[in-house]
Design a protein around this ligand. Structure first.
Ligand code: FEO
Ligand code: CA
Ligand code: CA
Length: 661
């Protein structure tokens, strides 16, 4: 297919005939929404053989990477001033990283527990006022008008932005609102009789909140409900598409003949900060909001519901009904750039970075100053991506940098069995994408990546670049279908089948340059319960007898010493324990020694770990406490003892020191 003159039923290269469709299921974790070819199941190697190929070298040679120049947040206020200097490109060597905190036991308490010597407090809760003058939250009297001014539901990513250069006591917190759980929001919710007001409240409860936060002398944090910096982005906020997918035949709708103006963002999960001080936030499971997509063309690969959606928004909004607006889903599933310092900035959905179930939007700079963005497609057997901008970061012009992510080349990862790998370009005219246009690649990225031979992974979640050792850490949360009948077999990069507990890969770009086309990789951690002899686990070679359990790694953060912080999403069902925050050194004699820092509440994911620039505070989202328990007899009443409220907490050391030391 060489032009954009096709309809939204675009089905390049008859991919659908090669794939098997599983039953659609709206579970937000996307466990049951994946579509993959039926693989050859005959060649599964024994786990030990596969694993040993990839861990022996790193187990023998314990990298000693070192101490800690931090991400240089730059030196002047508000946006252009604050983010005026070049960050992230240092090549400092490092000493052994260490972690000073005590690991805490797992639990199932309806409370946040934290390591000795630390405290935490709730900063902001679902329904708290964001826009000055917002009405007080009322569980029984919710309105869409109020919700547009209040903190949305199910906080996930957090991004901290100083209000003054290097400031760590006060700043703006950008908080994603990934999705809504109406049964946990509305006391009278009836899934068969959704009201228009409930649908409007749900749409208003998506998106993002920007709130001013500050630290008190005792280390605790609060937000300022009267701050003029505060604003909301919802599922209705006007946004623009940029890049090759903008204004194409695939993005034009009846309501928007330009094909470049979109209302809202949906299912924003992980995210990241750009060097120029904007937020990049990832639209993940956007498919679930649409209805009546049928099964033809690309819609099945993207998991769009064949018939009604679970939320029934299509009953009130034509744009969510694919039979009426067939291109509307093509306007979701992007990385979205937002300026936290400027409420008037129109958010930009950058199509050049592809359309898929984005999780992670991790930005760094290449050696020659181009922007490099890592992102994963959180679906079973989907891919890890990297985008490289055409233009270079401009130290003198923040406004110029706002266009950086609009044009560049998107790559997808192929992990070879021998521990090498390559980034395969997704570019029109580049074999085997001879017949594709860049608009098609930008809009139907999953299908383009299928064509080039990317490696199907075990649900890529967050990705972080370690500024100390320059390695890239990739959380693969789990894949219970890996190696089972009808699905892809295990491989070196995804060595367990079924992969119940997930794993973390450590990728090294050739030459340490983020723009490299080739890389090497190792398995860093194979999660699970190391005390269970039946489970195959691995912790970078560290003695497992000293370690506790971990499952379903999701979001990642790196601290001042290059230690990896991990939040989990799925331990209640996988290990029978609350989700938690862990920390693990990436270097030195304790490389692989995982410690549990903080535990969440029943049925609540821990998400969005984010340090302040001084690393003395760690913000964490407690997402979906008591999820699906309903409001009659909730399985969690955190944080206030009445009904569950997704909230952001701040964790800090009682002596005011750096977290983790
Ligand atoms: Fe929204 Fe992939 O977690
Ligand atoms: Ca996530
Ligand atoms: Ca998740």
């Amino acid at each position: 297919m060489s032009s954009d003159n096709s309809s939204s039923g675009f089905a390049p290269l008859n991919w659908i005939s090669k794939r098997t469709r599983s039953a659609y299921h709206c579970k937000i974790s996307c466990d049951d929404a994946c579509f993959k070819p039926v693989p050859n199941q005959s060649g599964n190697e024994p786990f030990a053989a596969i694993l040993n190929r990839r861990i022996s070298r790193r187990s023998l040679v314990r990298a000693t990477i070192a101490g800690a120049p931090l991400l240089a947040l730059s030196t002047s206020p508000l946006g252009s001033q604050i983010f005026g200097s070049a960050p992230l490109t240092s090549r400092a060597d490092a000493a052994s990283s260490t972690v000073g905190l005590q690991s805490i036991p797992h639990d199932n308490e309806d409370a946040i527990n934290i390591s000795d010597g630390y405290s935490s407090n709730v900063v902001i809760r679902w329904g708290d006022g964001v826009i000055p003058g917002a009405p007080d939250f009322s569980l029984s009297c919710q309105t869409a008008e109020a919700a547009r001014k209040q903190l949305g539901f199910n906080c996930d990513y957090n991004g901290f932005f100083p209000l003054l250069p290097g400031q760590s006591q006060r700043g703006l917190l950008g908080i994603n609102h990934e999705y809504t759980s109406p049964v946990d929001m509305f006391p009278d919710y009836d899934a068969d009789n959704v009201t228009s007001e409930q649908a409007a409240i749900e749409i208003a409860s998506h998106g993002m909140s920007i709130v001013e936060v500050s630290r008190a002398d005792n280390g605790s944090w609060s937000y300022n409900p009267s701050s003029s910096h505060n604003f909301r982005i919802t599922g209705e906020t006007r946004m623009m598409l940029t890049g090759p997918g903008a204004g194409s035949i695939h993005t034009i709708t009846q309501a928007d003949p330009t094909g470049a103006e979109v209302l809202g963002m949906l299912n924003n999960c992980a995210g990241g900060r750009t060097p120029w001080g904007t937020i990049l936030t990832a639209e993940e499971n956007f498919n679930q909001y649409f209805a009546n997509a049928g099964t033809a063309g690309a819609v099945a690969r993207y998991g769009l519901p064949e018939l009604a959606s679970r939320r029934h928004w299509e009953d009130f909004y034509d744009r969510f009904d694919v039979s009426r607006e067939p291109n509307e889903p093509n306007r979701f599933g992007y990385l979205v750039e937002i300026d936290p310092y400027d409420p008037s900035f129109t958010p930009r959905k950058h199509t050049a970075m592809g359309r898929f179930k984005h999780e992670a939007a991790t930005v760094t700079l290449s050696d020659d100053g181009r922007a490099v963005v890592y992102s994963g497609d959180d679906e079973r057997f989907d891919y890890v991506y990297k985008f490289i901008s055409n233009d270079r970061y401009n130290i003198f012009s923040r406004s110029a940098n706002l266009d950086l992510l609009s044009s560049g080349t998107l790559y997808v990862a192929k992990f070879n069995d021998d521990g090498t790998g390559e980034w395969l370009p997704l570019a029109a005219g580049t074999p085997p994408l001879h017949a594709w246009t860049n608009a098609q690649i930008a809009t139907f990225t999953k299908l383009a990546a299928d064509e080039v031979g990317a490696t199907p992974m075990d649900r890529p979640e967050d990705i972080e670049v370690n500024p100390i050792n320059h390695r890239v850490y990739i959380a693969l949360t789990n894949n219970t279908r890996r190696g089972t009948e009808g699905y892809d077999p295990v491989d070196s990069a995804n060595p367990r089948g079924p992969n119940t507990h997930g794993h973390i890969l450590e990728l090294t770009e050739n030459g340490g340059d983020a723009a490299a086309r080739r890389f090497t990789w190792d398995i860093f951690i194979l999660c699970g319960d190391p005390s269970d002899a039946e489970q195959e686990t691995y912790f970078a070679g560290f003695d497992k007898s000293e370690l506790d359990s971990i499952s379903a790694p999701d979001n990642l953060a790196i601290d001042a010493n290059g230690n990896l912080w991990i939040s989990t999403d799925g331990q209640p069902s996988k290990l029978g324990q609350a989700d938690a925050i862990y920390v693990v050194p990436t270097a030195g004699p304790e490389r692989g020694r995982i410690r549990r820092f903080m535990t969440g509440v029943p049925a609540g994911e821990m998400a969005g770990p984010e340090f302040t620039p001084d690393f003395a505070t760690l913000f964490v989202s407690v997402q979906h406490p008591g999820e699906s328990g309903g409001l009659d007899e909730p399985t969690s009443t955190w944080p206030d003892g009445d009904f569950p409220r997704p909230s952001v907490v701040a964790a800090y050391k009682d002596d005011g020191g750096v977290v983790g030391t």
